[in-house]
Design a protein around this ligand. Sequence first.
Ligand SMILES: [Zn+2]
Length: 269
Amino acid sequence: MLKDLSRTQSVTNSWESACLRSLVPDVAVFLGVGDASAESLGNSACVLCKQEKPWLLIDCGHDSVNRFKQVFSNQLPSHVFITHLHYDHVGGLEQLFFKAALSGKHVRLYVPVLLVQQLCAMLRYTQLSEGKADVWSTFILHPVSESFWHQGVKLWVYPVRHHAPNSAYSLHLPGKVFYSGDTRPIPELLMHMATSGETIFHDCGVKGNPSHSGIDDLLSEYPAALLARLWAYHYHSEQDHIAFKHAGLKYVTPFSEIQLGQNESVYNT
Ligand SMILES: [Zn+2]
């Protein structure tokens, strides 16, 4: 009898796992990996994809809409999470608004709640004269506190260390991905939250500064087991690859596709 029950349980678990696999993203495609002054690497922006389709765009810099269209058969992103309000991360929102508005589409914008007022101020003059419509006719504003639901999946958001407190955020999908956004090292978050085999994408230039992480910062702040799951992005030029290789760090290149963590067991608890 017990045996039968355990078999039923295992069938249920495998069915649940199969359902979860169909809900959660499986790869990340980076549209760009550059810092704010990089010339050829593109603005850092990442698309979480599920079964080869775009699921969620993280950040929308000056060139992100064009690069997104280039990768995804001329489509526009339909869901965007904003990590912070520097223009290399939000400078493409105006273009996205015009393209979406003129093609009758809506775009859901997940914005950490403390950034909403400033984002509204940044976009206040953006509108269509012909349709007498402003950005909020096209963008569906979705304020985010510590977590939010996206297509049946719960994602977590944590403030990171980039300029003023609570002005920049990371994004976490347990068991799958931790995306740092622009930040200094955040061991207090990664060591406590990214504990389920997540693929970690982390701000990292060759040398750190008061706003961003550098190679030496990551090597001194994170243990080897965590570094093994970490990919550096948000750097200055292709020349930086030499330093990443020398340090034993993996790094993302533009348009590369990277497998996310495969630990779905965290959703069964
Ligand atoms: Zn920034």
